[in-house]
Design a protein. Structure first.
Lengths: 200, 211
């Protein structure tokens, strides 16, 4: 039997046992899943980034008090932990990792991708960020400083990517479509997804 | 696992779904419900994951770890008998529900204003303590004994090292500390990079000189 089959059987047996005991209610499990699958996701962070690109006053508010600034957008979020926004510039690039487990701004961006939770990413991003970023498709010039944010306590980090060149004519909605999940983790630049539809 | 070698390349799955099997979603939902009801807390749940035997930790996948940690916290909360899940899988009926009450706060947030002022301020040189506690901690091995500079002072938060063990919140200030790559990795460091970590006041001692 595969590991996945074993897990599936154990999870099913455990849920049925906990339901019988009144510890778990299946409809509450459903609601929790629905929240993560449908209500929150990278599009919320993307809207904040696009707003920054068209409104310098919003940039200041987002950096100073991220959850309050995000609340202005009227999007569904779960402000479950203090949020810190770190801003890229022509001379500094930021990237987020959790070496201890899988801390991620889920309340804003939804659940993290599997690679973010993987031992290779967790072990290597702090020791060789340039090499790993290049391997993942983002080669940074030597004169750009790399700042790695290891989410070791309860603060959650989101990267504010730079506005791509040649986007002056775009409106806010078009700009938001350029902001991928990976750009907000810091393993890609905005407008240059590592893969088609890489924002999902 | 910060800094460890040997894990290879990062497995990127194009257009990855949020879950890879239905049971993963059920485990996520159960964990949030059980922790949220106060049968555990986030720190105790993380500690249950950390206590997995290392080969199991690496072998069962992300939600496989969650599932086993969930079993652990349920057993420790008195909600599930040891071996009971195996018996259930073998076809046994469940026994009577145990009588017990939640002892944790569930998702009670982490920010806790405290009266004492922060011991360190932005720009202070600090050293991460070289300690190796047997229980839960959020002080990664790769910064222990290393010198850094306080980059930002965060509000006080619940201290995971006690909170995970039901020993109280012991709330304290948290500092974002910047460590130069050279300080962490020596001559193997990549040039022009630094690592920032959020460290609890108790993890830090005053440092001197340039890190």
């Amino acid at each position: 039997m595969s590991e996945g089959d074993t897990n599936a059987l154990r999870a099913e047996a455990l849920e049925s046992l906990l339901v019988e005991r009144g510890i778990v209610r299946p409809e509450v499990v459903d609601a929790i899943i629905r929240r993560f699958e449908q209500d929150i996701g990278p599009m919320n962070g993307a809207r904040a980034v696009a707003r920054v690109w068209v409104d310098p006053g919003y940039r200041a508010r987002l950096l100073a008090d991220p959850w309050a600034a995000i609340a202005e957008l009227g999007v569904t979020v779960i402000p479950d932990a203090p949020l810190v926004v770190v801003e890229n510039s022509p001379t500094a690039h930021n990237v987020v990792v959790c070496t201890l487990c899988s801390c991620y701004p889920s309340g804003l961006l939804g659940l993290p991708p599997s690679w973010y939770k993987s031992p290779p990413y967790r072990s290597r991003m702090v020791r060789e960020p340039r090499a790993l970023l290049a391997e993942m498709g983002l080669a940074l010039p030597a004169d750009v400083e790399v700042r790695v944010w290891d989410s070791s306590a309860e603060m959650r980090y989101m990267v504010l990517p730079e506005r791509p060149a040649g986007t002056d004519a775009m409106n806010e909605e078009e700009l938001a479509a350029l902001v991928t999940r990976d750009a907000m983790i810091g393993v890609a630049k905005a407008g240059r997804p590592r893969e088609a539809g890489g924002g999902g | 696992m910060g800094g460890m070698h040997g894990f290879g390349s990062v497995p990127v799955e194009p257009n990855e779904p949020l879950f890879h099997a239905p049971w993963e979603r059920r485990v996520l939902g159960m964990v949030f419900q059980v922790v949220g009801a106060g049968w555990s807390n986030v720190d105790a749940f993380r500690h249950a994951i950390e206590r997995l035997e290392p080969a199991t930790y690496l072998g069962v996948g992300y939600y496989g770890r969650w599932l086993r940690a969930l079993e652990t916290i349920l057993v420790e909360a008195g909600l599930l008998g040891r071996g009971e899940l195996e018996a259930r899988l073998a076809g046994a009926r469940a026994g009577a529900a145990p009588s017990t009450t939640p002892r944790y706060g569930g998702f009670a947030g982490v920010l806790r204003p405290i009266d004492s002022p922060p011991r360190f301020t932005v720009g202070d040189h600090v050293v991460a303590r070289n300690v190796h506690p047997p229980g839960h901690t959020r002080l990664p091995r790769y910064v222990r004994g290393k010198r850094g500079v306080v980059h930002r002072v965060h509000p006080a938060c619940v201290f995971p090292d006690t909170h995970a063990h039901g020993l109280g919140e012991d709330s304290q200030h948290v500092y974002n500390v910047r460590f130069a790559a050279l300080e962490l990795w020596g001559p193997d460091a990549e040039p022009g990079s630094a690592v920032h970590l959020d460290l609890f006041e108790q993890y830090l001692t005053p440092g001197v000189g340039e890190p």
